[in-house]
Structures are given as C-alpha cells and as structure tokens.
Design a protein. Structure first.
Length: 228
C-alpha cells in the first residue's frame, strides 16, 4: 500500500484543523505497516514511542481481569488513532491492541504529534473530542452489562457496524469475525451469544451471507434505546 499523503490525512476529522505543512510534519518518516488477523500490535505495559493510525481494517483494545478473563474495551476502525495516551502522559501502554481483521496502519513519530498538540489549541481540542467520544462508547457498553443478552448482542453488532463503516452505516456488512469475538464484545458466554444470534436470525433482525452478518432490521435497536 502506498504512503499516506498530507491531503488524505487532512481529510480525517482529527487532523482537519492542520495546515498542509503541519500534516507533512506529522507524516515525516512515517511507515505503512500491515498486520494479520490476531496479531498483537501493541502490548499493555510496553513503552510507547510511536502512535498508529488505522488506514483500513478493524482492531480491538483489550485487557484482562484479575482472573485472566479477556475484556474488550473498545474497537478501532478506519481513521482511528491509537497510542496517543502515551503521548499525553508518557506512561506505559494501558492495554493491548490486537488485529480483528487484516490491517494496514500508518506508524507516526510521537515527537511531531506532541509538539503540535502543545502549539495548537484546535488540534488539542480535536483530540479531547476523540477521547470523549471513546469514553461515551465505553460508558454505554458497560451500562448495558446488566441488560438481557439480546440487547447486549444488538449493541455489540451496532458498535461493530459503526466502527467498520466509519460511523456511516449501521446496516453495513460486518467483517467475518469468530463468534468468540462477538461474544467477548457483548460480554456474553459464547453459548449464549450463539443462541441469541440464532434467535435474531430467525426473526430476520440479522442476516448472514458468506459468513458476514448484517443488521437487517433496526427497529429492535430503536425499541431498546440503542440508537435514536
């Protein structure tokens, strides 16, 4: 895949306030890298010297409970940035980031990013909006942990659709993920997720073609207050 141009970077909401010169600075000595399914991109407790921009594909941010159970904190899709927390506080990585699908990433130098954050209030505000959006997503998902299995699974599928389509289309075809990953995202046992998926298929709330799920009917999500 070809290198990212300043114009392509500037088309992404986080970077829209930057000039061509500033975008060029961010992309100085950037690298285009690829990762395959299930590859760990960054690990919790690693030192962070770079930040990453997803060009295409889907990744998960995960951690583990004290009992060793995996917890998916959030999903990352095209246009999403990660590794920026280390740029803000200089601390170790706070979670693993793992490829859910094949990924193409842009790896950028931390120094240029932090320099621009310190100089440009609009850029710092854009990053704050990004972090606030992620916190809202996390709050909603954890608020649903006591909800019924159908609500939790529908929310997980809507979240997947949102991240896969850049927030544009909740009825887009989802990437062909393993059922285990969907169950983890919904916070359900795999057997419960499997039964619930079967029920949603029978009601034609979701359809499946070539291993790809799609939310065919959004009314159940509206009824549960998952979308407006």
């Amino acid at each position: 895949m070809s290198a990212l141009t300043p114009e392509e970077l500037g088309s992404m909401p986080l970077f829209a306030c930057l000039t061509v010169e500033q975008l060029t600075l961010l992309l100085d000595r950037h690298r285009v890298i690829s990762h395959q399914l299930d590859q760990v991109i960054v690990m919790e407790q690693d030192w962070g010297e770079s930040l990453f921009l997803i060009r295409d594909g889907l990744a998960k941010v995960r951690t583990y409970t004290a009992d060793g159970d995996e917890v998916i904190m959030s999903l990352l899709g095209p246009g999403d940035l990660f590794g920026e927390m280390a740029a803000l506080d200089g601390a170790l990585r706070s979670a693993d980031v793992v490829a859910l699908t094949p990924l193409h990433l842009i790896k950028m130098r931390m120094s240029s990013f932090t320099s621009l954050l310190g100089q440009l209030a609009p850029f710092a505000l854009a990053l704050a909006r990004l972090e606030a959006s992620r916190l809202r997503d996390l709050n909603q998902r954890f608020a649903l942990q006591s909800a019924d299995a159908t609500t939790r699974l529908l929310d997980a599928l809507a979240y997947l659709a949102c991240k896969s389509s850049g927030g544009q289309d909740l009825q887009t075809e989802l990437p062909p993920l393993a059922q285990r990953e969907i169950a983890l995202l919904a916070g359900l046992a795999r057997e419960t997720a499997s039964r619930t998926l079967s029920k949603l298929r029978s009601r034609e709330t979701i359809t499946e073609q070539n291993g790809r799920l799609r939310l065919a009917d959004l009314k159940p999500l509206l009824k549960r207050g998952l979308i407006s």
